[in-house]
Design a protein around this ligand. Structure first.
Ligand code: ZN
Length: 317
């Protein structure tokens, strides 16, 4: 009996809440004033927050032209389908959920700064502090130590907070340098058991898909190991009405910058600091430095001699 009574009471409360939040019904005056007291906002500000939260669910779209790496121009359809605040260990940010009709489809944009009335970034005229962040499911979600992706994302968020402005364009579908989570997991098996570095592991997994007798094979191979493209990320910047302005790109990978250069942005590269190499990630860091041209990750010289690495006890025999 008691159980039934509680259930009825709970249902009553839920129904009450549902009715109160029905979009077409305005909150009653007394409810607004109660929320006003709880939040410390004026009744008008409470109404404004409610209006914006509801409007954020209405997609905002724009078509933008982006120069590709072959010089051709492509038009992207860019759509904002959500925006809301995050309170993180690194500070408070806005997160935008953006959809683009390219091969990567979704872009999560972490933004530090003010929003205008349409909940779009107000860019303050300073160079835009920017990081393009490919998702790393294994490192950023589960803290796998094979790579430094989580440290790089954390560092970028700290830099945005310190700068009181900037943007991180996070691209979920670009995991495994654009080859996807399944390929990434296969390469992790080779890195873990065979002690291959990230590039050797990717080659071992992907080379069957390539015709190595083809004279274009080396370029094909490079594109296969790193299949990422950045037209959609530039589309996101243009969607935010940021066209051809000065950008400070937080990256150790100079290749990313060519896309922005070709689209008329003025660039300055800001290197990312990384943690000390560990027994888990040193092969990855050396391979990114020596084979993929990333800069500033490790002193390559100090890692060119395996004996030295052994001395540093980074290899377990
Ligand atoms: Zn990673």
């Amino acid at each position: 009996m008691n159980k039934e009574k509680n259930a009825v009471e709970t249902l009553g409360k839920c129904e009450d809440i549902r009715i109160r939040l029905e979009p077409e019904q305005r909150l009653r005056i007394e409810q607004i004033s109660r929320i006003s007291q709880r939040s410390g906002l004026t009744p008008a500000e409470v109404e404004e927050v409610l209006r914006k939260a509801r409007e954020s669910l209405v997609p905002l779209t724009k078509d933008v032209d982006v120069v590709q790496d072959d010089g051709a121009t492509k038009t992207y359809h860019v759509s904002r389908s959500g925006v809301g605040p995050l309170n993180t260990d690194m500070g408070k940010f806005w997160l935008f959920h953006i959809e683009v009709n390219d091969e990567w489809k979704t872009y999560d944009v972490l933004y530090k700064g003010e929003l205008d009335d349409n909940q779009m970034p107000i860019l303050d005229g300073r160079p835009l502090l920017l990081r393009i962040d490919s998702a790393c499911y294994t490192g950023q979600i589960f803290n796998d130590r094979t790579c430094d992706c989580k440290q790089q994302l954390d560092e970028a968020m700290r830099m945005l907070e310190e700068n009181r402005g900037g943007m991180i364009i996070h691209i979920p579908e670009q995991d495994g340098r654009g080859n996807g989570v399944a390929v990434k997991l296969a390469t992790l098996a080779l890195q873990d058991s065979l002690k291959l570095n990230t590039v050797e592991a990717a080659l071992a997994i992907l080379e069957d898909e390539l015709n190595l007798d083809n004279k274009d094979a080396p370029q094909d191979l490079c594109k296969k190991i790193d299949a990422r493209t950045y037209g959609g990320a530039i589309g996101v910047l243009k969607f935010f009405n940021f066209e051809g302005g000065p950008i400070q790109v937080m990256t150790n990978n100079p290749d990313k910058m060519k896309w922005f250069d070709d689209n008329g942005y003025t660039l300055e590269r800001i290197g990312m600091t990384v943690e000390e190499p560990t027994e888990h990630n040193w092969r990855n860091l050396v391979a990114k430095s020596k084979l993929l041209g990333h800069e500033g990750l490790v002193s390559v010289e100090s890692f060119s001699d395996e004996n030295l690495i052994r001395d540093k006890k980074l290899i377990r025999d």
